[in-house]
Design a protein around this ligand. Structure first.
Ligand SMILES: Nc1ncnc2c1ncn2[C@@H]1O[C@H](COP(=O)(O)OP(=O)(O)OP(=O)(O)O)[C@@H](O)[C@H]1O
Length: 401
């Protein structure tokens, strides 16, 4: 496999490249349109083609679920189960063999047939190397994944929630504990809102929840700040034909961290939450905390906020950030993250497409890329492997020219 960028200027050199990380086998059971499908591949990038609706995105979604969170569609557990009317949605599972520096690892996830209640409290099962794990964090410890999908096209234009989620996924690539902090914070925030809305003034319970929000919230803000700082440097060294994305993290808690140590910021957040109870009881949510922060993105060369850029320019900015992140993960964890690029390539012009392929090959990243037309991937030649999907089965298509 080719290991050097042809015309990129990546700061990841051949000396810093080490073992790569890749999926060798993925098995889907009762997952969306798949009754059972098995895919075995090598370390090269994977090109997935097929007609509309054959299940390309579903396969990427299955891979994305082998990470903490709700996957690339933010789906609920019952929604994913294969609907084969008149039966009701049931259990589903995804399993994979991941090749890592430490050898092959087995990861798996799915809906627990013994605990299917369809409520938000239902949790998916996570298994790593045959052991059932207490939290999804165990998945992030094995490998990290980053994705871009057509649903993310409005990410730089729409509300801040999507950008926070995007940034949190980038943080996870470095810090598996971030998954625990975000879910503990969200849980405490929801519980506090519920109590306040119900007019409950139980001081001890509210203080406990606000203490949790302060501790996990400041940990989230610290991690997001560190990630943004690293990304600012990495984005400045963009490769090939991608624009430089200027980044800034906007948020009150992040601002406090510029001025004082994390422990004092925790105290400030705790007391602000305590003081805003009556207001929050009326407005819902919480007036303070990292759930109100935003990742601001700017097109440096045009000196233009990303939201005012064209759809193609916004996509190029997002890819520029994702590639910068992959280079950072490569340097810090020794292997680039898995990349899931759904319907991304067809929308790039030829120069950018080539830059993307060069960087993917340079980083030895197993990128899974989908499209309806295999021709747009022809520059990959034999550096990639080609799969096609038909009638719920995945086949090896051809080896590229
Ligand atoms: N829970 C489910 N059970 C059965 N089928 C489902 C379920 N959820 C989605 N599907 C079906 O899976 C099919 C494949 O969807 P998917 O989004 O993966 O297609 P795709 O190949 O990416 O298509 P496109 O090229 O149009 O983006 C769709 O026809 C959809 O209706």
């Amino acid at each position: 496999m080719q290991a050097a960028a042809q015309n990129g200027t990546s700061f990841v050199t051949d000396e810093t490249l080490s073992e790569n990380l890749w999926l060798r086998r993925v098995v889907l059971t009762q997952f969306r349109n798949y009754e059972r499908a098995e895919v075995t591949v090598d370390a090269r990038p994977v090109i997935l083609t097929g007609a509309n609706g054959v299940g390309k995105t579903n396969l990427l979604e299955a891979i994305s679920l082998m990470n903490p969170g709700r996957g690339l569609r933010s789906a609920s557990l019952p929604e994913i189960a294969r609907r084969s009317a008149p039966e009701k949605p049931e259990a589903w599972a995804v399993a994979a063999e991941v090749m890592t520096e430490d050898g092959p690892r087995d990861v798996g996830t799915g809906r627990d047939p013994l605990n299917m209640n369809g409520t938000s409290r239902e949790r998916r099962i996570v298994r790593v190397d045959g052991e059932t794990c207490k939290s999804q964090q165990a998945l992030a410890e094995v490998f990290s994944t980053i994705w871009l999908t057509p649903q993310m096209d409005g990410l730089l234009r729409d509300g801040a929630a999507g950008r926070r989620k995007f940034l949190d996924r980038l943080v996870l690539g470095f810090d598996p504990a971030h998954a625990g902090n975000t879910s503990a914070y969200d849980h405490a925030l929801r519980e506090r809102s519920r109590l306040l809305k119900a007019g409950n003034t139980d001081e001890a319970w509210l203080s406990t929840l606000e203490d949790r929000m302060a501790r996990h919230g400041v940990a989230i803000a610290v991690a997001r700040r560190e990630m943004t700082e690293k990304l600012i440097d990495a984005c400045a060294q963009t490769v090939g034909d991608f624009p430089i994305a200027g980044l800034a993290l906007e948020g009150t808690v992040e601002g406090w961290l510029d001025e004082k140590p994390a422990l004092l910021v925790e105290e400030d957040l705790r007391s602000c939450l305590g003081e805003s109870r009556s207001k929050d009881a009326i407005t819902g949510g919480a007036s303070w905390g990292p759930h109100r922060s935003d990742l601001l993105v700017h097109h440096q060369e045009k000196d233009m906020p990303a939201a005012l850029c064209s759809t193609g320019e916004q996509k190029a900015l997002l890819l520029s950030i994702v590639l910068a992140h992959a280079r950072l993960v490569m340097l810090e964890r020794g292997a680039a993250p898995l990349m899931l690029l759904d319907e991304v390539v067809a929308h790039l012009d030829e120069k950018r497409r080539k830059s993307l392929f060069d960087e993917i090959l340079h980083l030895r990243c197993q990128a899974w890329m989908t499209g309806t037309d295999a021709n747009v991937f022809s520059d990959m030649g034999e550096n990639a492997q080609y799969l096609t999907i038909k009638d719920g089965a995945v086949f090896l298509a051809h080896t590229g020219e």
